[in-house]
Write a protein that binds this ligand. Structure first.
Ligand code: FAD
Ligand code: UDP
Length: 369
């Protein structure tokens, strides 16, 4: 007779993927044990309370989506505020609005109408018209925006972020940045956007309601006992680690955060300021209170420094170049044949996924069962 397991699912990782899956499974009457090696829930969306300011401990997180189903799903659990991300870029002693829009073009060239802006950009791009198939990020950026925008707003930021010359980076990274001819500083084109009132922990707690959660628990250190506890495992950690790096290590890009509490009510006037110059070692400064229109007398800012990944550091971004994608494909094939284990989330799927994509993927995995 088969042993009765204490749980239907052991979920490794209390991030958004694991928590969304746990929510669906629990609603369907399944018993879930969620473990995370970190001392808190939420994975990278975790916020720490600094006297009323929710500090995004693993980098700024802005919820934005075009997916109505996901938007309705999260709105059943939390209320979102009206925050719209409008980062400001600082290059030397000048400020520019992002994403590239009429405000930016005015700041760069003094042009005041869309027709003038288009003409100026055409003039900037003309020199690079011979590049029909951009081979790298630099060529992609120059053919899209021309040298002024590239030199001031893209090159330094991108090279810091990825730790490599732009000529050695894949072109697709830069296709993410919208480009528009209206005076609109909204960084995203999505229909819905905001920050959960009370911070992301409220959302994560709602998702994990009804699940047993064990923190400070590294799956690999207690694998045999944990596996024994559940019929099926959902693994949301690094896929190369799961298979003990049998084909080699996947590359990641890491970050280092320097947090400061300042006894001033307003340090930079915006939640996000990007530093696009190579000589400044950090890429952005986040002033957390502005995500929630905070009125506290103090403030908390975080300087974000890109960092090489090494064991013991956080794997923030997958490096989806050819070598790594090929390596991931081999791990994925192993994952597909591993019985009783499901794989999901940005680390197990080695993908750059926003929060809405992560939630959608977890819902879709649940439905597929
Ligand atoms: P994670 O949040 O990484 O959760 C995985 C969890 O698994 C972690 O808590 C980890 O500790 C745990 N784990 C791993 N291995 C083990 C183990 N062996 N044992 C136990 N536990 C383990 N998305 C947006 O939509 N908007 C944004 O503005 C945005 N900004 C971002 C900024 C940064 C710097 C980063 C890195 C990401 C950003 N994202 C943003 C993406 C967002 O963070 C992800 O979509 C989401 O957090 C992914 O959730 P996840 O559960 O897949 O992964
Ligand atoms: N980027 C840039 N200048 C900026 C902001 C972004 O050149 O001021 C480029 C950079 O290459 C970055 C990419 O655009 O990696 C994507 O930026 P986004 O803000 O979407 O990335 P994330 O928040 O995920 O780091």
């Amino acid at each position: 007779m088969e042993n009765k397991k204490a749980y239907d699912y052991l979920i490794v990782g209390a991030g958004l993927f694991g928590a969304t899956f746990a929510h669906e499974a629990t609603r369907a009457g399944k018993r879930c044990l969620v473990v995370d090696k970190r001392p808190h829930r939420g994975g990278n969306v975790y916020c720490e309370d600094a006297d009323g300011i929710h500090v995004h401990k693993y980098g700024a997180h802005i919820f934005h989506t075009d997916n109505t189903e996901v938007w309705q799903y999260v709105n059943r659990l939390v209320t979102f505020n009206r925050y719209t991300n409008s980062p400001v870029a600082r290059y030397r002693d000048r400020l520019y609005n992002l994403p590239f829009n009429m405000n930016t073009f005015y700041q760069l060239w003094g042009v005041t109408t869309p027709a003038e802006a288009r003409a100026k950009i055409e003039e900037q791009r003309a020199k690079y018209a011979h590049i029909t198939r951009p081979a790298n990020l630099e060529e992609q950026a120059l053919t899209l925006c021309g040298p002024d925008i590239y030199e001031r707003l893209i090159k330094g930021y991108t090279e810091k972020q990825w730790g490599r010359p732009a000529t050695e980076l894949p072109a697709f990274i830069i296709r993410r940045l919208p480009f528009r001819f209206t005076f609109d500083n909204n960084y995203f084109n999505d229909a819905y956007q905001g920050i959960p009132i009370g911070g992301y922990n409220v959302l994560v707690d709602a998702l994990l309601e009804g699940s047993d959660v064990r923190l400070g628990t590294d799956y690999f250190k207690e694998k045999a006992t944990l596996d024994e506890a559940a019929a099926t495992v959902l693994f949301t950690g690094c896929i190369d680690e799961f298979f003990d790096y049998r084909f080699g290590h996947l590359d990641y890009r890491s970050l280092r955060f320097e947090e400061r509490r300042l006894e001033t009510d307003n340090f930079q006037g915006n939640a996000v300021v990007n530093y696009t110059e190579r000589a400044v070692p950090y890429t952005r400064v986040i002033e957390h209170k502005h995500f929630e229109f905070g009125k506290q007398p103090h403030t908390v800012v975080t300087y974000e420094y890109p960092d090489d990944f090494a064991p013991g550091k956080e794997p923030y971004y997958p490096v989806n170049d050819e070598r790594n994608n090929a390596l991931y494909t081999r791990y994925k094939a192993l994952a597909d044949e591993t019985a009783h284990v499901l794989f999901g989330g940005r680390l197990a799927q080695y993908t750059y996924a926003d929060m809405d994509d992560t939630i959608a993927a977890a819902l879709s995995l649940w439905k597929s069962l």
